[in-house]
Design a protein around this ligand. Structure first.
Ligand SMILES: Cc1cc2nc3c(=O)[nH]c(=O)nc-3n(C[C@H](O)[C@H](O)[C@H](O)COP(=O)(O)OP(=O)(O)OC[C@H]3O[C@@H](n4cnc5c(N)ncnc54)[C@H](O)[C@@H]3O)c2cc1C
Length: 368
């Protein structure tokens, strides 16, 4: 029922704008409005804070169905979870109440600020500093590649509180867009997910109350990594949705397109491609849903499964979308058809929330 409801909404209210959002590289405002009106913009927020209280699998289904028509728009529910999960996992009750309530209401989105210009895969090498001063912390630094920066009201920021301790000297904070000293860089000009703004976040002597720290001092990096164990599964869902969208489009196209006097769908070479695409998607779906169940239960092998789902599903998305372009021939290579956008959008799923090389490092360290 949830899938049907999200699919109808996505097809009616999000899909019609997907090409323009990509072409004009603009924020998918229509999608945000439609998702918020239907309580789908941050479904993971628990009911006690006014949220929909969706479990990890339901959240995955929402993201998958939105990504099937518009990958940029699927980053609204996905990054709202990414940005706010550190608070849900490690924040005080007061912090949860303060920030989960407006998020659930649709009064402000959440972003996640881990990466920096010189700290990507090696996120623990970050330089952003948070220095205690009485009842406040003062933050200085640059966060890079921040999804929905400028659009979000709230930012979970990881910053160094003790430079002698590397990852154990990192703490997490909630920073608000309106805090003095917060500003944003120009939107990055990207290959895909062009409707999702990616900007730098500048922190220039940003003074925040000490109670905005998420958890204890020195636990921010652990919280950031624990968050990714859960949210990599949402990237797997995004990849899955993109791949399914490409397969669905190609499946329809090959029945219409005639060459050598018959629909190209009649050629076995085409049928085998479609069969492989569908097989890979289904394998990715099973891995993703199983990982979502593990996320919900908090199973001990979640780290491996989350990395495996993200890595596998994103590789499948790249393969399937590339094959979808192939199935449309020259038409697939043009912006008159959606599959080239899907191919460009798929690429990012192999890169963010840890590149697929990093996922393999994570899996190797956590072999079942
Ligand atoms: C569109 C977009 C949105 C993003 N959104 C966010 C966000 O909201 N919040 C956030 O914090 N970050 C975000 N990111 C950042 C993203 O997570 C990083 O780009 C990613 O982790 C890789 O870091 P990097 O770009 O510095 O690459 P690098 O770490 O410099 O990696 C370069 C290459 O080296 C490889 N490599 C690095 N180390 C190793 C190793 N040990 N072994 C093998 N290979 C290795 C990588 O896999 C990659 O192929 C986003 C990025 C993009 C492009």
């Amino acid at each position: 029922m949830l899938r049907d409801a999200v699919r109808s909404l996505a097809e009616a209210k999000i899909a019609p704008y997907a090409a323009a959002v990509d072409e004009e590289a603009r924020f998918p405002r229509e999608a945000l409005d439609a998702l918020t009106a239907n309580d789908l913009h941050a479904v993971h927020v628990p009911e006690e804070y006014g949220g929909a209280g969706a479990d990890a699998l339901a959240t995955v289904i929402v993201i998958e169905e939105v990504a099937r028509v518009c990958a940029s728009s699927s980053l609204i529910p996905a990054v709202n979870k990414l940005g706010s999960l550190p608070v849900i996992l490690s924040g005080s009750e007061a912090l949860k109440k303060k920030y989960m309530t407006p998020l659930a209401k649709g009064d402000g989105m959440f972003s996640y600020c881990l990466s920096e210009p010189d700290a990507g895969s090696d996120a623990a090498g970050m330089k952003t500093r948070a220095v205690r001063d009485g009842d406040s912390y003062v933050l200085n630094g640059v966060k890079r590649w921040i999804t929905n920066a400028g659009e979000s009201e709230y930012y979970t920021v990881m910053a160094v509180t003790d430079p002698t301790k590397r990852s154990k000297g990192i703490s997490a904070f909630v920073v608000e867009k309106s805090d003095e000293g917060v500003s944003f860089g120009a939107p990055e000009k990207k290959l895909g997910i062009k409707g999702s703004p990616t900007r730098e976040v500048y922190l220039d002597n940003v003074r925040i109350p000490a109670d905005r720290m998420i958890g204890e001092e020195g636990t921010g990096f652990a919280t950031a990594m624990r968050t990714l164990d859960h949210t990599r599964i949402t990237i797997a869902a995004q990849a899955l949705g993109i791949a399914q969208g490409a397969l669905d489009y190609a499946k329809g196209y090959v029945q219409e397109r005639k060459q050598f006097g018959k629909p190209i769908a009649d050629f076995q070479g085409i049928q085998f491609m479609l069969a492989d695409m569908a097989m890979k998607i289904e394998a990715a779906r099973q891995l993703t849903y199983a990982a979502a169940a593990k996320s919900e239960r908090g199973d001990s092998d979640l780290t491996f499964q989350g990395a495996a789902a993200k890595c596998f599903a994103s590789d499948v998305a790249m393969e399937v979308t590339t094959d979808a372009v192939q199935l449309l021939g020259g038409y697939g290579y043009t912006r008159d058809y959606p599959v080239e956008r899907m191919m460009r959008d798929a690429k990012i799923t192999q890169i963010y929330e840890g590149t697929n090389q990093v996922q393999r490092i994570v899996m190797a360290r956590n072999l079942p």
